[in-house]
Write a protein that binds this ligand. Structure first.
Ligand code: RFL
Length: 401
């Protein structure tokens, strides 16, 4: 039976970055992905990379195109009912910047670098299943081209996203799940039009949240608060542009419109698995947790998890020390819960509560006060900046506080 050291399920940012970080320590892995290479290289999702994510990718030689083509961001704009305020997060948090670089481009870079190095990725694997995760010799079973395969591993990394199979391979009752649904949805729009702004805009409006995110010179991302159960097809293109024009409006600024090429509805949801490990199975990224997209944290958190896991596996393979593996979950969960708190807080600051929510009118006044505080107080702005840009806690993450 074929054998590897670490079997990685899923070729998203978590699985691919893990594979590279392991290879650089001389640790072998096989990445097993359900979809085709073409599919994962064109799946549009995240786009905002934290300072520490950019540094990590660069430090490991994975960010050459990202640094060349990504756009550096140093501030963001809040709007509320026509007024605008720029929050200079870079100035407030030691010069750290963010980078806009589409997730699918990063995935394409990571795939190319791995295949160029002659390392394996199995695409279009069906019926993937982690087995024997409690014992010392776990296996991954899968089917490719109708042929059943099994891969023996020392360790399995479940990096297969929120809807993957790894989390469900753990016996019932062994993991705790924390789940929260916010009463808002996001209508996500991809439009074939250049951006009307040089920095991301978050707008709190009486009609609900609107966001203008950036992707490339010719494609822009917009979000509109909607009901979580809305069908994107019920939103006509002219209604979408009308809502964006109203919610983002501010004197002296115009929003350019263009053909809408994608419409999706996402719920604003938090989900955390504790612990993120069971036996020889380690969960990372969306397989272990998701956060409301407001803080743009998911991809960054996925990469932060595998940085911890790769370090722990390095110690284990090179010196036999399993302290890092034992504490993998606790180490990651500190950042995960910080991100959950920030993303939930930011979501409640920027989305209009449903009219039938008890205390909705009071809550609206509170969120205006909260936004004004963030925009006008250096202390509040700095707290926002360190969470948004990605809090750096070297001592805590090394377990040395
Ligand atoms: P992924 O990217 O979901 O990758 C998992 C991979 O596993 C594969 N897979 C399987 N493979 C084998 N067998 C199976 N049974 C499998 N089941 C699934 C999948 O095909 C896939 O290739 O998880 P990962 O690596 O943990 O990365 C997480 C990020 O993708 C996610 O958190 C972000 O996209 C979230 N997110 C954002 N994060 C940010 O950091 N910044 C942002 O600006 C941002 N914007 C967003 C977002 C997510 C969004 N949606 C659609 C969920 C905007 C949106 C709209």
């Amino acid at each position: 039976m074929p054998k590897t050291q670490v079997g990685i399920i899923g070729a998203g940012p978590a699985g691919l970055v893990l594979a590279h970080l392991l290879a650089q320590q001389g640790i072998e892995s096989v990445v097993i992905e359900k979809h085709s290479r073409d599919y994962i290289e064109h799946r549009v999702r995240a786009g905002l990379l934290e300072h520490r994510t950019v540094e990590l990718l660069d430090r490991h030689g994975l960010g050459e195109r990202m640094l060349r083509e990504g756009a550096v961001h140093r501030g963001t704009e809040f709007r509320t009912n026509g007024e605008r305020y720029r929050l200079p997060y870079s100035d407030l948090y030691g010069g750290r910047r963010m980078l806009v670089y589409p997730q699918q481009e990063l995935v394409a870079d990571l795939v190319r670098l791995r295949l160029d190095a002659g390392a394996p990725i199995v695409f279009e694997a069906a019926d993937v299943m982690p087995l024997d995760i409690e014992g010392p010799q776990p296996r991954i079973r899968y089917t490719v081209d109708g042929q059943a395969e099994e891969l023996d591993c020392d360790i399995i990394a479940g990096c297969d996203g929120f809807h993957g199979v790894s989390r469900d391979a753990v016996p019932p009752g062994a993991l705790n799940f924390y789940d929260q649904h916010l009463p808002f949805g996001w209508l996500g729009i991809l439009a074939a039009v250049g951006p009307s702004t040089s920095e991301i805009i978050y707008a709190l409006h009486d009609r609900g949240f609107a966001g203008h995110m950036l992707r490339t010179d010719t494609v822009s991302r917009f979000y509109l608060q909607c009901a979580p159960e809305d069908d994107p097809n019920d939103w006509a293109d002219d209604v979408i542009w009308d809502e964006l024009q109203r919610r983002l409006a501010t004197p002296g600024w115009t929003l350019s419109e263009g053909p809408i090429i994608e419409k999706t509805v996402a719920e604003l949801r938090s989900f955390v698995t504790e612990p993120m490990q069971y036996g020889r199975l380690f969960l990372a990224g969306d397989a272990a947790h998701i956060a409301p997209p407001t803080g743009a944290k998911g991809m960054n958190l996925a990469i932060a998890d595998v940085e911890v896991l790769a370090g722990a596996l390095g110690d284990w393979y090179l010196t036999g020390d399993d302290v890092g593996l034992q504490s993998y979950s606790d180490t990651c969960l500190r950042r995960v819960w910080r991100v959950q708190e920030f993303s939930t807080w930011m979501s409640w600051m920027l989305h209009r509560p449903p009219d039938d929510m008890p205390g909705a009118a009071f809550h609206r006044k509170m969120q205006e006060a909260r936004l004004e505080y963030v925009c006008t107080s250096t202390a509040a702005g700095t707290s926002f900046a360190e969470n948004y840009v990605g809090i750096e806690w070297p001592a805590i993450e090394a377990g040395k506080e």
